[in-house]
Design a protein around this ligand. Structure first.
Ligand code: GTP
Ligand code: MG
Length: 218
């Protein structure tokens, strides 16, 4: 009899990602040569990636020279938002691609003088699935989730969480009004990776941002 609750697991062959890994390691060499700290920030649409970058830039721009690379299907909205804080920006419009890849980043940085910067924040395309498979050569991958996407974001995306260096739970200022259990989300992270660094922040009020920056060594 046909299983009424069938599950099918899709395995994409690892070598599909091989070319990207090569390009990512070239990017990493380039960033290292210039002594730049590069942070890849990914997360679903609307979790607050841009607002988090704005909050970090406000606290960092007096002591660090920052470049923001914004990945989006269309528009310069996010680059313009971060640019309004006095930060240099590069917008990558991917058209149809649901993630940035290492080559896109390399091409976008071709005519940029990287010696002018200490820190590069890369905002990946809003998507919790595709960006996780494509390294960009960054020092750290941050996954941003927030209290407005419901309680299952971590449990539903274990692979993305495993590949992250840090989880940021954003919009904690809304937790009470939404009756959202932030600690349960932290527990879900611990179940995927007991040692993964987790930060509870509000990019709006600034709560948790200094601790996050400390943890990034910035
Ligand atoms: N209350 C509250 N709202 C926030 C916070 N962070 C972001 N927002 C709001 O959430 C909405 C989405 O924020 P963005 O920073 O644009 O989110 P994003 O992840 O960059 O979105 P995409 O680039 O479209 O994927 C905006 O209206 C922000 O003002 C926060 O910590 N608290
Ligand atoms: Mg954004």
């Amino acid at each position: 009899m046909t299983d009424p609750h069938k599950t099918v697991n899709i395995n994409i062959r690892q070598d599909l990602f091989g070319a990207n890994e090569d390009a990512a390691s070239l990017n990493a060499d380039l960033f290292k040569k210039h002594g730049i700290t590069v942070i890849d920030i990914m997360g679903s649409v609307g979790t607050g990636k841009t607002q988090l970058i704005e909050a970090m830039c406000d606290r960092l721009h007096e002591r660090h020279r920052i470049l923001m690379v914004a990945g989006d299907l269309a528009t310069n909205i996010d680059a313009d938002r971060v640019g309004s804080h006095g930060v240099d920006t590069v917008q990558i419009n991917t058209g149809t691609a649901c993630h940035l890849d290492a080559r896109m980043v390399r091409v976008a940085l071709t005519d940029i003088d990287l010696s002018k910067y200490d820190v590069v924040f890369i905002e990946n395309v809003g998507n919790l699935i595709c960006p996780a498979g494509y390294s960009l050569g960054a020092d750290k991958k941050i996954v941003v989730v927030s209290v407005t996407e419901g309680p299952y974001m971590i449990r539903k995306h274990p692979l993305t969480i495993k590949r992250a260096d840090m989880i940021v739970i954003n919009k904690i200022d809304l937790a009470e009004i939404l009756e959202f259990d932030v600690d349960a989300l932290v527990k879900d992270v611990r179940e995927v990776d007991a040692n993964l660094s987790v930060h509870k922040v509000s990019s709006k009020t600034g709560v948790g941002i200094p601790e996050l920056l400390d943890s990034l060594g910035l």
